[in-house]
Design a protein around this ligand. Structure first.
Ligand code: ATR
Length: 270
């Protein structure tokens, strides 16, 4: 039986993961099947059990199941434990489940591919929800001089900063207390979904700064347009998406696919 993998979400209709993993499988010569499964909102565990019974060996997990998937795991990578959520499940030989979160590695890898230095940089992260919590450990491990988290609800940013304070110089505040300049500004809010922009000071960017939006689309996001108009270089999150998929694929198959050609093909298809 072909090893089966999938992405669980709700809704899941427009997921790009099946196309990405099909490209990785072709590139590496791994014979796998990868599909998108809409799990019922009230029975994620049941959907996983059914999938395993049908030959499932591992899965990606997206909104809204990342925390529930975390609770199902028998073993967690340190970064997943810290994130409190997983985007990757692996069925172990003893039937147990190992969980990892690969979004942060995807983000840091994409910044590296673009030649953006995190080491020694002053980094600003916008947002304090699950998406941001999931990437903080890899970001801090890249060695920024400082990392400030700004959020609409200031208390959430401060609490998140305290949770990660052992990993580096981290602080948190509301948007009104943000003091630039920063070399790297990462938007991890879902504000662009609503076409909104966090209220930010104009003098945010150091010369040559990079603005990164974890979201992506056929057109630049509101945040990227705002940042580019203020002299920053703009990068969207499509490379992070392909990068996190590559990390999951590596966990499952022990092979690391080349992200670049898959990203280029995906970009052309947007
Ligand atoms: P995710 O999993 O995408 O992180 P989440 O946990 O609901 O989803 O977090 C959404 C983030 O986007 C939060 O930081 C939220 O700010 P609050 O904590 O104040 O709610 C932020 N956000 C959502 N809509 C926003 C908007 N219109 N302007 C600014 N921030 C917004």
């Amino acid at each position: 039986m072909t090893d089966r993998y999938c992405v669980f979400g709700h809704p899941i209709g427009h997921s790009k993961s099946p196309a990405i993993h099909a490209a990785f499988a072709e590139q590496t010569g791994e014979a796998i099947e990868y599909t998108a499964i809409e799990a019922p909102l009230d029975d994620f565990a049941g959907a996983w059990r059914d999938f395993v019974a049908a030959g499932g060996r591992g899965a990606n997990v997206t909104v809204p199941f990342k925390e529930e998937a975390y609770r199902l795991c028998d073993e967690l990578t340190p970064r997943a434990r810290r994130a409190g959520a997983v985007n990757t499940l692996l069925l172990m030989a003893d039937g147990g489940i190992r969980g990892d979160t690969t979004d942060g590695a995807g983000l840091v890898g994409d910044l590296e591919r673009h030649g953006v230095a995190l080491a020694g940089a002053r980094v600003l992260v916008l947002g304090a929800g699950g998406a941001v919590r999931g990437v903080l450990e890899p970001l801090l491990e890249a060695g920024p001089a400082s990392l400030h988290i700004a959020n609409r609800t200031a208390a959430k940013a401060r609490a998140l900063g305290e949770d990660f304070a052992d990993l580096g110089r981290v602080s948190g505040s509301g948007f009104d207390a943000v003091e630039g300049p920063f070399e790297v500004v990462i938007n991890g809010t879902s504000a662009s979904l609503a076409g909104d922009l966090p209220p930010l000071p104009d003098a945010l960017f150091a010369p040559g700064a990079t603005a990164y939006d974890m979201m992506y689309g056929a057109e630049p996001t509101v945040f990227l347009r705002w940042a580019q108009a203020r002299g920053a270089r703009g990068i969207d999150g499509l490379g992070m998406l392909v990068g996190q998929a590559a990390e999951s694929f590596h966990l499952w198959r022990g092979k690391r696919p080349d992200v670049t050609p898959v990203l280029e093909a995906l970009r052309r298809s947007l």
